[in-house]
Design a protein around this ligand. Structure first.
Ligand code: HEC
Length: 158
């Protein structure tokens, strides 16, 4: 009796060991393949692409357009100035200081402050606007590069 129990315990132990080996061998073959991304990205605009237009524009800013200091990369500042003067100056003024975006008890904040310190807010606003506050949406008015140029120029405003 004792012998039989010992044998079955041994068989069990062996089985467990085998299982472990099997699992680790399987895990071994499942190493991520360098040539294949871990997560397959859906094509932009395809049915598998669940990003909203807003998400996609904001992700672009965060991943591609901002450097580590929060500055816009790849902006043509001179062109941005022209575009600002033609399109934004009528409301925001030459130097961007016509509207103060802060609440009365906060430090004043103008176009330049927003663009330097809070580019995500700035970027969202110039792309999607704010109907209630009277700010236009420009995502369908300007090519992406124009908005990048405007954002780059805005960071130079006082
Ligand atoms: C028709 C007038 C008008 C034009 C043109 C306009 N804006 Fe605005 N914008 C506004 C108004 C009004 C607000 C809201 C101001 C407020 O609530 O204090 C605003 C808000 C903003 C804000 C939001 C700031 C914040 O922190 O909430 C940004 C950024 C901005 N405008 C940038 C621009 C840029 C850049 C352009 C040119 C591409 C532009 N605007 C053109 C009227 C305009």
């Amino acid at each position: 009796m004792r012998f039989a129990r010992l044998v079955s315990a041994g068989v069990l132990a062996l089985a467990a060991y085998g299982l472990l080996l099997g699992v680790s061998a399987f895990a071994g073959t499942d190493k991520p393949n360098e040539n294949k991304p871990a997560v397959q990205k859906p094509e932009p605009g395809s049915p598998g692409d669940t990003l909203t237009r807003e998400d996609a524009r904001m992700a672009l800013l965060v991943y591609k357009l901002l450097d580590k200091d929060g500055k816009i990369k790849g902006a043509n500042i001179e062109r941005g100035e022209q575009l600002y003067m033609q399109n934004c100056r009528p409301c925001h003024g030459n130097d961007g200081r016509r509207f103060n975006f802060s609440l009365y008890y906060e430090e004043p904040a103008f176009i330049g402050d927003r663009a330097r310190k809070e580019m995500p807010t700035f970027w969202y606003q110039i792309n999607f606007g704010d109907k209630e506050r009277g700010m236009e949406a420009y995502i369908d008015e300007f090519p992406l590069q124009d908005l990048i140029d405007i954002a780059g120029f805005a960071q130079t405003l006082p």
